[in-house]
Design a protein around this ligand. Structure first.
Ligand code: COA
Length: 260
């Protein structure tokens, strides 16, 4: 399928989705948000795609936020809907059953930072800059930033980032746990692919259940989460891959997983 604002390329079993509005620093206009919904919905059911990397085109930006020319036209009712529509798409990314890695290659501001937060894992280039500058526009983050940032990092740091609107650089993002690794610009995609390939060399049926279980942390109390983990663990024990993985270890051979 062709997209106006996205590029989708396959590198083996990894789908690389690139936000492709470099002249607008990959700002997320409504059309791009719709296309993200389409592409992630289609990749969810595409057996060719075992993992997804999300990045931005050019060397300057992952995504510099929601498109301010569209933000400028909202009112109380349409603003709420705007926020809910984006949140729905970002939640779809968060609950993908395949690993989604954000390869942040420059500015990740506002909706761009929130988009990275919705991915399962974040890595970035050394020129990356993160921030939630909405308060400088008289707005608050509306695509999940107040919730996901405060869950991912120390809530006090999240509050500071959101209230000051300050940008933080790649090393600071690494230090506070907003990203897992920082690479040079040229290394970023190869390293993200290396990580994706490592993940997809594991049991995919186990990966699916692990994503669900880790995602539960933001919705459940500890005891509820433990109960959920036990259910997911039980389900993994019903899979072919579990028999294969444990038998292969005992037989001192490499497992041959079947994704079931
Ligand atoms: N929405 C719409 N257009 C945007 C945009 C956004 N969020 N961010 C950048 N652009 C556009 C600029 O308007 C400019 O378009 P033009 O060439 O047609 O004038 C183009 O992208 C390049 O941006 P520019 O501002 O010239 O680049 P810069 O290197 O001087 O500054 C930023 C980079 C990221 C600091 C600056 O673009 C910026 O502050 N963007 C807005 C960030 C923001 O507030 N995001 C949150 C929105 S909720």
């Amino acid at each position: 399928m062709e997209y106006k604002n996205l590029l989708v390329e396959f590198s083996g079993q990894i789908a690389v989705v690139t936000i492709n509005r470099a002249d607008k620093l990959n700002a997320l206009n409504i059309e791009t948000i719709h296309e993200l919904k389409e592409v992630f919905t289609s990749l969810q059911s595409n057996d060719e795609a075992a993992a997804i990397i999300l990045t931005g085109s050019g060397e300057k930006a992952f995504a510099a936020g929601a498109d301010i020319s569209e933000l400028n036209k909202l009112d109380v009712i349409s603003g709420k809907k705007f926020s809910e529509d984006g949140q729905q798409v970002f939640s779809l990314i968060e609950v993908m059953e395949k690993p989604v890695i954000a390869a942040v290659n420059g500015f990740a501001l506002g909706g761009g930072c929130e988009l990275a937060l919705a991915c399962h894992i974040r890595v970035c280039s050394d020129n990356a800059l993160f921030g939630q500058p909405e308060v400088g526009l008289g707005l608050i983050p509306g695509y999940g930033g107040t919730q996901r940032l405060a869950r991912l990092i120390n809530p006090g740091r999240a509050m500071e980032i959101i209230l000051t609107g300050n940008m933080i650089d790649a090393n600071e993002a690494l230090r506070i746990g907003l990203v897992n690794h920082v690479y040079s610009q040229t290394e970023l995609l190869p390293k993200a692919k290396e990580m994706a390939n490592k993940i997809i060399s594991r049991s995919r049926s186990a990966i699916r259940l692990a994503i669900k279980s880790v995602n539960a942390v933001s919705e459940m109390s500890l005891q509820e989460g433990l109960n959920y983990e036990a259910s997911m663990f039980g389900l993994s024990c019903g899979n072919f891959d579990y028999k294969e993985g444990t038998s292969a270890f005992l037989e001192k051979r490499k497992p041959v997983f079947k994704d079931k």
